[in-house]
Design a binder for this molecule. Structure first.
Ligand code: UD2
Length: 317
């Protein structure tokens, strides 16, 4: 399918979400350039379609490089970031240099080269712990970590570039994204990646708190679709949630994953993590009304695709 975008730059394109986006767009016939400094991205993620893209190893803080690679580019998908909330808590300044100044450098290079649109990865973290559900885009933000402040700052810059310079920007607030290639190696990795690894290895999970906290888990393929619609739809200057509008508890999630893996194990429980929000659920009306975006992969289908990937990947190591 031709998506009507000729040439794209994907920052963070060797990462979990960026690599899926790069693969999908290359398959659809776009000229794809991936920029990644390989801090949290991996060449392994793009090796299967490396011949169909241009890979540039580099950093979003490198203004000259950005200026060069945004030439003749129609759309920039900005996925690169310090993605760990904990890392931003430990190093608020270093992470802001990447997540704020890096983003500003991406926006500005795009402006200088008359890029038509920049789609930015934001996060449900900007909502904080407001108990009102679902979280809708018009709610006042309440950032509770440097990461959330950085993502909110990016949204403000995006809006500014749209208003002041007339360069189209769209921000996507990702909820809990999961799927193949998500890295399970840190204790703060996505819970599904951690549970997948444990289930594949026949080990049991640690659940923090009583396990009745809920999350809106969205499959990475749907996140790719949201990005494509954000790049092509009538959405300039807007912010959209990217979630499913459905939530599941961590207890139910582990039960599902361990059953799928064929080895049902009782989890162990540890005290809740500091700052953990109890419930998170995306309001999906705006995305549907404006972009016709609707997550289409049921949780169980996404989990079984993900489990298959972890099985292959972990046994191949
Ligand atoms: C997500 C985002 C984070 C930020 C935040 C905003 C991911 C990976 N992280 O954090 O970047 O946007 O939302 O609110 O999408 N858990 C366990 N056992 C484990 C690991 C996790 O019980 O081994 C629990 C954890 O305490 C939490 C839930 O599972 O209640 C989800 O954890 P997570 O780290 O996947 O994502 P979350 O929602 O804390």
């Amino acid at each position: 399918m031709d998506v009507g975008i000729g040439s794209v730059l994907i920052t963070g394109g060797a990462g979990f979400i960026g690599s899926h986006l790069a693969q999908a767009l290359a398959t659809k016939g776009c000229r794809v350039t991936v920029l990644d400094n390989l801090t949290s991205g991996h060449l392994e993620n793009i090796k299967d379609f490396m011949k169909d893209i241009t890979f540039v190893e580099g950093d979003i803080r490198d203004k000259d490089l950005l200026k060069k690679i945004t030439q003749h580019c129609d759309v920039v998908f900005h996925q690169a970031a310090v993605v760990s909330v904990t890392k931003t808590v430990d190093d608020p300044v270093g992470s802001a240099l990447v997540n704020e100044l890096g983003t500003l450098a991406v926006l500005d290079a795009a402006r200088q080269n008359n890029v038509k649109r920049v789609v930015l990865a934001s996060s449900s973290a900007v909502y904080g712990d407001d108990p009102q559900l679902p979280k809708i885009e018009s709610m006042p933000p309440n950032p509770l970590s440097p990461y959330a402040v950085q993502k909110l700052t990016n949204e403000l810059y995006a809006d500014l570039y749209n208003e002041l310079y007339g360069m189209e920007t769209v921000c996507l607030r990702y909820f809990n994204v999961f799927g193949p290639r998500q890295d399970p190696s840190s204790p703060y990795s996505g819970v599904i990646s951690i549970f997948m690894r444990l289930a594949t290895e026949g080990r049991t999970a640690v659940i923090f708190g009583d396990g009745e906290q809920t999350r809106d888990f969205v499959f990475v393929g749907d996140v790719v679709q949201a990005n494509i619609l954000a790049a092509t739809g009538n959405a300039a200057g807007e912010i959209f949630n990217v979630g499913t509008g459905k939530a599941i508890s961590v207890n139910a999630l582990w039960a599902l994953i361990s059953r799928m893996a064929g080895d049902e194990q009782k989890p162990t429980y540890e005290p809740a993590r500091a700052g953990d929000v109890m419930h998170s659920l995306a309001g999906v009306t705006k995305g549907y009304d404006r972009l016709m975006f609707q997550a289409s992969v049921p949780l169980t289908d996404g989990l079984s695709q993900t489990l298959a990937w972890y099985r292959n990947h972990l046994t191949a190591q």
